[in-house]
Design a protein around this ligand. Structure first.
Ligand code: SD4
Length: 330
């Protein structure tokens, strides 16, 4: 039977164990509540997050989760801005950009890659199997084929017809993207950030880029610091929208640095959009959206034009979040 004395004795032994555990794992309690967490850009982020979640909920690594997540829109021909079925360039070729980064700051990218359905997995192999960060064009294709990837035709009949129509109309090349397209179709580049149950953050970004771009054009999405940046000590950010604006301001790196200096993810994204608005004269003709995730699980976003959203998944929530826009505040 429990006497008061024996109870106090057992409790006294238990209390130091808890406080020692809390001092060794100061974020443990918080992590159990908030992690895992995954966020990704646009409506197509919802099914992508589900694929990532399958890995995260089993205690898997965020790097595996973000790769598996973004492979979903890469393989989906209905998503016309990523991977298979993506809008071709001015020459009628589907050329893909992707990058991936983990909590240790390891990074891999591919740019201007043709005929490979899953550029994100090639980017991961660049990171893991080469001393380099980026492979491009024919070199990236050669590397992919050497590592077991299969050549596939990524131009769907639907996109071939769109390209023919575009050529016939002889529309001038335009660098304005997302505004009309986004409002009609509401889908675009996929960027994803995830923190696993051990608090490790990773990110991935993959796209077919701007529709009908000049052959050889590479956007921000595969550029570390522009389309994606992850620092395991701080958090991560990804961008979507007109890559030229993001590259000129090194947007994702900026968002992470602003978080390092104390801004919340939402404040950091807003500041990066304000930077674009200050530096780039015709920014009003473009869309750019950032999403950011701090290493404690706090997330936020901001964009130029209304219409951008992101998908969120945690233990307690699965939802799309509409993002506040700079143009609404003018
Ligand atoms: C690019 N940033 O190639 C990509 C395209 C994109 O939302 O994200 N669209 O410029």
């Amino acid at each position: 039977m429990d006497t008061r004395r024996s109870f106090i004795k057992r409790s006294a032994a238990f209390i130091p164990v808890i406080s020692v555990a809390n001092s060794i794992f100061p974020n443990k309690m918080m992590q159990e509540k908030q992690f895992p967490v995954v966020i990704s850009t646009w409506n197509h982020g919802l099914p992508a997050n589900e694929a990532a979640w399958k890995i995260l909920e089993k205690g898997g690594w965020s790097l595996d989760a973000v790769e598996a997540g973004v492979r979903v829109p890469e393989a989906d021909p209905e998503v016309i801005t990523v991977g298979y079925g993506g809008i071709p360039d001015a020459d009628g070729k589907v050329t893909l950009d992707a990058c991936i980064m983990d909590e240790k700051g390891r990074a891999g990218c591919v740019t201007f890659l043709e005929s490979i359905k899953h550029p994100i997995s090639v980017a991961r192999l660049v990171m893991e199997k080469t001393p380099h960060v980026m492979l491009s064009g024919d070199g990236a294709l050669k590397f992919a084929l050497k590592n077991g990837f299969k050549k596939e035709n990524l131009l769907t009949p639907k996109m071939k017809a769109e390209w023919k129509k575009w050529k016939k109309e002889k529309k001038a090349f335009s660098s304005k993207i997302n505004i009309e397209n986004q409002l009609q179709d509401n889908h675009d580049t996929i960027g994803m950030l995830a923190i696993d149950s051990e608090g490790r953050i990773s990110g991935a970004c993959t796209t077919s880029g701007m529709g009908f771009k000049l052959h050889g054009r590479v956007g921000d999405s595969p550029i570390i610091g522009a389309g994606l940046f992850v620092d395991g000590e701080v958090g991560g950010a990804v961008a979507t929208g007109s890559g030229e604006l993001v590259m000129k301001t090194l947007g994702s790196f900026l968002v992470v640095e602003l978080m390092r200096n104390g801004k919340s993810p939402a404040e950091a994204c807003e500041e990066a959009v304000r930077r674009i608005a200050r530096k780039i004269p015709d920014y009003q003709n473009h869309q750019v959206g950032f999403i950011a995730l701090k290493k404690d699980g706090e997330h936020g976003s901001y964009c130029i034009q209304p219409g951008f959203n992101f998908a969120l998944k945690t233990h307690s929530e699965t939802k799309l979040v509409d993002v506040e826009a700079w143009m609404k505040t003018l």
